[in-house]
Design a protein. Sequence first.
Length: 304
Amino acid sequence: MTTPQPSVQLYSVYKALDADLDGTLARLAGIGFANVEAFDFVRRAAELKTSLDRHGLAAPTGHAILIEEEVNTPDGILTVPPAEETFEAAAKLGIEIVIDPYLAPPRWADRDSILRSAERLNKRAEQAATFGLRVGYHNHDHELLSVIDGVTGLEIFAEQLDPAVALEVDLYWATASGRDPIALLTRLGDRVHALHIKDGPMAGGRSSANLPTDQTPAGQGMCRSATRSRRPPAPASRSSSSTTTRATSSRASPPASTTSRAPWRTHDEHQRTRRHRPHRRRHDQRPVPHQPCPVSGCAGRGSR
């Protein structure tokens, strides 16, 4: 049985990382994390490799721009190195899946644009395979706000992707888009390899175009409430023990209204029933849910 592995997206601590890369990774390892999701890794692959090895950390996934040759992300941080350099750096770090974290809203405006983007990512997947790597895509809200013939842009995109291409679903941004994240995960199925779990208010106008600064540790915001308000009551025949997370769990899980047929279940159901599913890793945007960020100098932003 494979257990989902918690991991810290290094974007969450990018300011601390820039100030003291080795010290920040040492602190994360000291907290008890074994995995991180690499961010802005191409320009400092050698330094990252040294520190990851020193502190016993693995980076099974990493974020890098793949689809576009030029991009202006909302935070303005990521650059776009040549794909060959990205894949070489990823291979050096032991990354298994390189995930494109952002494709601008205009690329989701119509079906033809979405199909072109899917074709480009499929080509990157072929290129990555020569390095022994896979590629994937991470959503924000605008991929789900785009709806064409009753289907969200993200799902149209997913239908066109090579089976080897993974999806990393951001539950916060899925909720912010007005979608039910549980239903979305059900539809996407085993295409989903990883989750981004974070939280915060769900006030109107929340958008990745203006990154929020008031996000909270997972379980302390409105993601669960927003999801529950759109879900029907759980069947009366279900016992409470099968629909709640264990008291010892340190991560927020999907709401208790998850149906028994859904491919993504609550933590306890997941542990009892998971068998031959692809390994999904969860990437917490906040290093320690339920506590302030413990890394000295971290701004506490997990909005990516």
